[in-house]
Structure formats: C-alpha cells, structure tokens
Design a protein around this ligand. Structure first.
Ligand code: NI
Length: 143
C-alpha cells in the first residue's frame, strides 16, 4: 500500500525581479510589481509531497519529524526573513521567480534526501511554491 503525503511550510522573504540586460520598461512589463525598485515581500507556502509505502509497524509512510528537520534546515532557514537577491547565493544572478525557487528547493532537498530520511525514504514527487493567492508553481518530479 502506497500513499501520497503533502506537508506545508511557510516562510516570508523579500525580493526584486530584475534583469540588468533589459530596459526599465521591459523589466516592468515582464515582472510587473515584482520589479518595483526597492523590493517587496511575499508570504510563501511550500508544499512538499512524498510517495511511498506505509511501514506496517508504525503505520507511517514518512517520518514527519525527519522531513520537518530537513525542510527547516534546507529551505526555511535559508530563505526565511531574507532578501533573496542579496542573502541567498542561488538568486544573486538568477531571478527568484516562483519557478526558479521551486527548482532550487528541489536541488536542496534532493541533495540531502537519503541522508535525512534514511534507506526507506519515500520518494520526493512534488514541490509546490505559492507566492501569492493567485500565483503558485508546481514542480512534478515523476513523469
Ligand atoms: Ni514578488
């Protein structure tokens, strides 16, 4: 018996989306309010979905404590209350679009997945990053 489990995490961060090689008008058109010159914040929600078998002894498919420790260390501690453009290495030269954030979170989690969750770790199958009520990006890691 396998199940999918989703756990939600929240953090706040500020950023500015801007590409130096484009004009002010082009940046404004491309990124809208996220191009405002002095930055702005978002209340982000990251949803992590795993898929795996239920351990018959525990009745669980994932150790929530271990998953929380991993996500806190690799995502929350890295991004929470940061100005992404300056404080976070991966967004120094890459715009912190919701799309790029989803891929960065995938990389950080996958690099530490087995170590954090052990040999019977469920698969990381989906990452969703919600930037605003109207905007979220889902990254599916299974085809
Ligand atoms: Ni923004």
């Amino acid at each position: 018996m396998t199940v999918r489990i989703t756990r939600n995490y929240r953090f706040v961060a500020s950023h500015r989306l801007h590409l130096d090689h484009l004009s002010e008008e082009a940046n404004q058109k491309l990124f809208g309010k996220c191009n405002n010159p002095y930055g702005h914040g978002h209340n982000y929600v990251v949803s992590i979905t795993v898929h795996g078998p239920i351990d018959e002894r525990t009745g669980l498919a994932v150790s929530v404590a271990d998953l929380d420790t991993l996500v806190r260390r690799e995502v929350i501690d890295r991004y929470d209350h940061r100005y992404l453009n300056f404080d976070v290495a991966e967004f120094a030269s890459v715009p912190s679009t919701t799309e790029n954030m989803a891929f960065a979170i995938r990389d950080h989690l996958q690099a530490n997945w087995q170590t954090a969750l052990g040999p019977n770790a469920p698969r990381l199958v989906d990452i969703k990053v919600q930037e605003t009520k109207r905007n979220s990006v889902a990254l599916s890691l299974i085809s």
